[in-house]
Ligand binder design. Sequence first.
Ligand SMILES: [Fe+2]
Ligand SMILES: [Fe+2]
Length: 180
Amino acid sequence: MRNITIVKVFVCKICGEAYIGEKEPSRCPFCGAYKKFFVESTKYDDSGAWDVELNEKDRINVEKALEVEISNNIFYKCASKKTPELDGQKIFKILAKVESEHASVWKKILKLDKIDFPKYDKCAAEYTPNLEESHAREDRAIKFYGQAAAEAENPRVKEIFEAFVEVETDHLHLSEKRLK
Ligand SMILES: [Fe+2]
Ligand SMILES: [Fe+2]
């Protein structure tokens, strides 16, 4: 007899993407949000998740966050192509994808039709300086997101900023471990 595994569909409340599996992943494969943000799709209605009223302060912070994510995405794309080490290529490529997903979250919050990712080639051709730049970028993002989360009036915006602080902290640990 065949062994049938029952899979379910889980939705990430932060980015809205779905995941198929036996249980929730420890991190969202798209935006990196922690397991606690996953809900079974049959028990979740995200129709209001992207209709967010922004006050002026939240709008300024979300616009800045979008810029941060775009800038980090184009840096990581460059680093994934120029870093000679395979480990570095893999890390920077997945970081580029995650930061692109973060940019897309802010795009939806801002109700923009599309976002531009400019061409960028100013990353290094060696692993260590790219790791150092990654570390500095993630450190800045964590500080800014922590401050933006504390200032946020809208609970949805606050939740996303707090979730991304955790995700960028995961990213910081990747470079920290390799720079030791
Ligand atoms: Fe997600
Ligand atoms: Fe990010």
